[in-house]
Design a protein around this ligand. Structure first.
Ligand SMILES: *Cc1c(COP(=O)(O)O)cnc(C)c1O
Length: 243
């Protein structure tokens, strides 16, 4: 099958998209009486080239999230610390060593073995990594993330590790064509988040509820997200991976 190549956006278009997304974030927050400034926007930049990432940074993007360790590292070496780096993709244990060198956040913590490896590698470089626990809120077999009934256990275990700090929850709910259909999943995440917030554990400070992507971030914000991860709405459709 021949896939049409998606059109690459100009730097100017990326900047315009970023402004539009920020506006929508603000409106969604205001609809539910929240302060727009409490919502942190992470640009999801997998397969986006450095030129377009730089355009977004110039236009005020302060956080970017990458899915693949090698790709992220290559971009980091060109872009550096002018932005805060998040790791948002499935993380293989053997890539933890690379990721702790430049990512402040790992949003895809989904198992104890990864927590232990991140902790060990972070200690070696003298850092503390802010981690979000990825919850498989739809219970989908094809998605990574901890099952909802195992989140508490993972938080308890991770709280024993001094070089990672649990700062929130992340979710990628099932895809539905209509964003309204995702609302119940966002709502469930909010409940989890509030419950865990009440725990008093070392190295745990539930601050971020990371949910909402290009087609559903407004609903996510209405349901309490304070971190959204947005790719295509800013950078345009991704090129099909040539691998
Ligand atoms: C790609 C990706 C996003 C952004 O998806 P868009 O639909 O392009 O906004 C968000 N979160 C994760 C974990 C991703 O892999």
């Amino acid at each position: 099958m021949v896939e049409a190549k998606a059109k690459i956006l100009t730097a100017e278009q990326v900047k315009e998209n970023l402004f539009k997304v920020k506006e929508k974030i603000a409106h969604a927050a205001e609809r539910v009486g929240r302060d727009p400034s409490e919502i942190l926007l992470v640009g999801a930049t997998k397969s986006v080239d450095v030129e377009r990432i730089r355009a977004a940074i110039e236009a005020g993007l302060e956080h970017i999230g990458e899915n693949y360790a090698q790709e992220a590292w290559a971009k980091y070496q060109q872009i550096g610390n002018v932005v805060t780096w998040h790791f948002i993709g499935h993380l293989q244990t053997n890539k933890a060593k690379l990721v702790v060198k430049f990512c402040k956040f790992v949003q895809s913590l989904d198992r104890l073995a990864l927590a232990e490896e991140l902790n060990k590698r972070a200690e070696q470089v003298g850092r503390v990594i802010d981690c979000l626990i990825e919850v498989n809120i739809g219970g989908e077999e094809t998605k990574s993330g901890v099952n909802p009934d195992e989140v508490e256990q993972l938080v308890l275990r991770a709280s024993q590790l001094a070089n990672i700090r649990i700062v929130g929850l992340m979710a990628m709910p099932p895809y539905f064509p209509e964003p309204e259909q995702v609302r119940p999943y966002f709502r469930k995440m909010r409940h989890f988040f509030e419950r865990l917030k009440a725990f008093d554990l070392p190295n745990v400070e539930m601050r971020y509820l990371s949910m909402g992507m290009s087609h559903d971030f407004e609903v996510a914000i209405e349901e309490g997200a304070n971190m959204v991860r947005i790719g295509t709405a800013i950078f345009g459709p991704r090129q099909p991976k040539e691998r």
